[in-house]
Structure formats: structure tokens, C-alpha cells
Design a protein around this ligand. Sequence first.
Ligand SMILES: [Zn+2]
Length: 89
Amino acid sequence: MTRQTQYDYGACHTCGERLEERYVKQDFWLKDTLLIVEDIPAGVCPQCGEKVVKADIGLWVTKLLEDSSQVQKARTIQVPVVRFVEEGA
Ligand SMILES: [Zn+2]
């Protein structure tokens, strides 16, 4: 019996495992601002973690990010910013 999913994401391009539909967080840079969009439906590989987002979902996310009222009312989180330092430098 096959499991019911909203969309068939097919197989993983990296390892060939069947992709499962999950809701994921994705980070985006809007000029100098880091934004996180949560609950994006995506195909996720249970084997290697490869993520595939459908083209129309991607377009919808782009539209959402262009809507400054949506961005302004969004909750914010603090993120650590680590500067890369070479070992021994
Ligand atoms: Zn995979």
C-alpha cells in the first residue's frame, strides 16, 4: 500500500531514496537581511537530507518575501554570527 502524499516528489537526485513530504524551514537573504520562512512544504530525503521545493511553492515564497507587511509583522529571532578564523591564525 502506498502512502498518501499531496505531491509525488519522486526519488532523491543524490542517493535515489524516495523523497517524503515534510514542512521545512528555509533561510533567505533579502539584501542584507536574513529571513527564515517556516512550514514550507518540501520533499525531503530520509537518507541524506536533500531538500526539493516545487517551483510553484518557490514562487509563492518569493511573493511572500516581497510583501513587506508580511515581513514586518513576522516574529524575529537572534542568530549567532561567527567570524571565520583559520586554525592557528
Ligand atoms: Zn538522498
